[in-house]
Design a protein around this ligand. Structure first.
Ligand code: F6P
Length: 504
C-alpha cells in the first residue's frame, strides 16, 4: 500500500506530464471540457475547466481521495464521529442545519433546534423593545461569520436594527463605535465560545460600563456559568457546544445578530442552503461531489503544482468580506504540520489565503497575478442576477470577471517582453444564480466541507488550533512587563518594552 507521501508524489508525476501543455492547449484539445468540468447544486454553479488538470489527473486525484478513506470520512463527520481527535470530540456544525439520523448527530440537532427556538423568542422580544442598535462583541469565529453574513445579506434585512461589530482589543475601535451610539437604545451580544477570550471580555466590560449595567447584555457561550458570572442573566444567555468549532459556528446562536437582521425565516433559509450542501456532500458520487472536487483542486495546486498561495476574489461587493472569513476557516483549520497521531508530515498543507473584491482588486494586486513570478491559483466568485436595477453596469462587472479568468488562463504574447502575459494561471469560477440567504449558506458550507476533505487527504485535524495559544500565553506574561511589574525573559522583548515605556 502506498503512503500518503507516495500518493502525493504520484500526483507530481501527473503535473510533470502536463508541464508541457499549458491551460490553453488543454482546453483546445478537449471539446466539451467546459461543460464536463462543471458542477451545479441548485443555485450554485462551479467550473473547474480552467484548472491545470486533464481527465487522467482528475482520476489520480480521485484515487488519492479514495485511498485517504474519504468514503468513510464524510459520513464520519456528518454522523458525529470524533473527527477532532486531538480534543476527542465531533465537529457537528452540520447538525446546526441538517438532521442526519445517527444518534449523536440527531441529539446534537435537537439541542441546536431548542437553542434556535430560544433565539427566535429573544429576537421577538428585542424587536418589541426600544432597542435600535445591536453590538456583536466577539472575535475570530465569534465575529467573522456574522460580520460576513450581515454584510452579504444586508438587503434581506428589514432594517429594524443597526448591527455593529466590536472585535479588536484596540480601544480606538470601541471609542469610534460608541461615539455614534446611544446607550439607552443599544443592546450588546457577547459572543465567546470559551468566554475566556481576553479581547472579548475587555470589550464586553467596556460595553457593560457604557450601558450602565448588564440589563441589555446578551451572551452566546459554551461556558454559561462564566457568562452569568459576568453579569448576564441566564435567560439572556444562549448556548454553544464543544462540538461546534468557532470558525464553523455561524449557524449556531453565534448567528444571533444574523437572525435579528434577517428574521427567523431568513436565518432558516441560510441554514437550508447549507443543508443542501450537507446532503450533497453525504450523497453525491465523488466525481460529482462539489466540496470534494473543490478540495481536490486545492490539493492539486498545493501538492502537485507546488503553489503556496490561493486567492479568493469575489466579484460582488456584498461578498467583499469573504476573503477575511476564509482566511480563518481555511488557515486556522489547515495550518497544521503534524498528523492526527502527532507525527511530522512530509507534505505541504495550507497555502496562504488572501484576496479582495473585484473589480477594485484588479486595480491593486492583479498585476502580480498576471505577470508576477509566482503563480497564484484563484477562486473567482460571481453572482448572475444582481439585486439592483443597473443591468448594463452588472454586465460590465461580469465582463471583467470573465475577462480576468480568460486572461489568467490564456495570457497574451504582447508586443514587448513587458507586455507578455504568460497565462497558464489556474482559476475556479463559482457562480451564484442570485445572492440570497440560501445561496449564501450553500457557498459557505461548500468551503467548510472542502476544508474538511482537504484535511482528510492531508491526514490532519481541521478542528483544533493549538498554534494560536503560545502568543496568548506570552501576551499574559508581557502585560506585567509593560506595567513595570516584571522582567521580560526574552532580551529583544525586554529592549522593546524599554523603548515603549520610555515614550509612554
Ligand atoms: O484565535 C483563536 C480562537 O480560539 C478562534 O479559534 C476562535 O474563533 C476565537 O479565538 C474566539 O474564541 P471564543 O469564541 O472562545 O471567544
Amino acid at each position: 500500500m502506498q503512503s500518503l507521501a507516495q500518493r502525493l508524489e504520484h500526483l507530481k508525476s501527473h503535473s510533470a506530464r502536463l508541464a508541457g501543455s499549458d491551460l490553453r492547449q488543454l482546453i483546445a484539445a478537449d471539446a466539451g471540457r467546459a461543460e464536463r468540468m462543471s458542477l451545479r447544486v441548485d443555485g450554485l454553479f462551479v467550473s473547474f475547466a480552467r484548472q491545470h488538470v486533464d481527465a487522467e489527473a482528475v482520476q489520480a486525484l480521485l484515487s488519492v481521495a479514495q485511498a485517504s478513506g474519504m468514503a468513510a470520512a464524510i459520513p464520519s463527520l456528518l454522523n458525529g464521529a470524533q473527527v477532532n481527535r486531538s480534543e476527542g470530540r465531533p465537529a457537528l456544525h452540520s447538525a446546526l442545519r441538517t438532521v442526519f439520523d445517527s444518534p449523536v448527530a440527531s441529539a446534537a440537532a435537537a439541542e441546536a433546534k431548542a437553542a434556535r427556538d430560544r433565539m427566535a423568542a429573544m429576537t421577538q422580544q428585542l424587536r418589541a423593545s426600544g432597542v435600535t442598535d445591536i453590538i456583536n462583541v466577539g472575535i475570530g469565529g465569534s465575529d467573522l461569520g456574522p460580520r460576513l453574513a450581515l454584510d452579504a445579506l444586508k438587503d434581506f434585512s428589514d432594517g429594524r436594527f443597526r448591527i455593529h461589530f466590536l472585535s479588536n482589543v484596540d480601544a480606538h475601535s470601541a471609542e469610534r463605535l460608541l461615539s455614534e451610539l446611544e446607550p439607552s437604545r443599544t443592546a450588546a451580544i457577547l459572543v465567546s465560545k470559551s468566554f475566556g477570550t481576553q479581547e472579548t471580555l475587555l470589550n464586553g466590560a467596556l460595553i457593560r460600563e457604557w450601558l450602565g449595567g448588564g440589563e441589555r447584555l446578551y451572551a452566546v457561550s459554551a461556558n454559561v456559568p462564566k457568562a452569568e458570572a459576568f453579569g448576564i442573566a441566564p435567560e439572556r444567555v444562549l448556548p454553544m457546544w464543544d462540538w461546534v468549532g468557532g470558525r464553523y459556528s455561524l449557524w449556531s446562536a453565534v448567528g444571533f445578530s444574523v437572525m435579528l437582521a434577517l428574521g427567523e425565516q431568513g436565518f432558516a433559509e441560510m441554514l437550508a442552503g447549507a443543508e443542501q450542501i450537507d446532503r450533497h456532500f453525504m450523497e453525491a458520487a465523488p466525481e460529482q461531489n462539489l466540496p470534494l472536487m473543490h478540495a481536490l483542486m486545492a490539493v492539486w495546486n498545493r501538492n502537485a503544482e507546488g503553489h503556496s498561495a490561493q486567492a479568493v476574489l469575489p466579484y460582488d461587493e456584498r461578498l467583499r468580506l469573504l476573503p477575511a472569513y476564509l482566511q480563518q476557516l481555511v488557515m486556522e483549520s489547515l495550518g497544521k504540520r503534524v498528523s492526527h497521531e502527532g507525527a511530522a508530515i512530509e507534505h505541504d498543507t495550507v497555502p496562504v489565503i488572501w484576496g479582495g473584491a473585484g473589480t477594485d482588486s484588479q486595480h491593486s494586486f492583479f498585476q502580480a497575478l498576471h505577470q508576477g513570478t509566482q503563480v497564484v491559483p484563484a477562486d473567482f466568485i460571481g453572482v448572475i442576477q444582481p439585486d439592483h436595477r443597473h443591468a448594463e453596469q452588472h454586465r460590465v462587472l461580469l465582463s471583467h470577471l470573465l475577462a480576468q479568468t480568460e486572461a489568467l488562463a490564456n495570457g497574451d504574447v504582447g508586443a514587448t517582453p513587458q507586455q507578455h502575459s504568460p497565462g497558464g494561471r489556474p482559476t475556479t469560477l463559482i457562480l451564484l444564480d442570485k445572492l440570497s440567504p440560501k445561496t449564501f449558506g450553500a457557498l459557505v458550507a461548500l468551503y467548510e466541507h472542502s476544508v474538511y476533505a482537504q484535511s482528510v487527504i492531508w491526514g490532519i485535524n481541521a478542528f483544533d488550533q493549538f498554534g494560536v495559544e503560545l502568543g496568548k500565553q506570552l501576551a499574559s506574561k508581557l502585560l506585567p512587563v509593560l506595567q513595570g511589574a516584571a522582567q521580560a525573559d526574552d532580551p529583544v522583548s525586554a529592549a522593546l518594552v524599554r523603548e515603549i515605556n520610555a515614550r509612554s
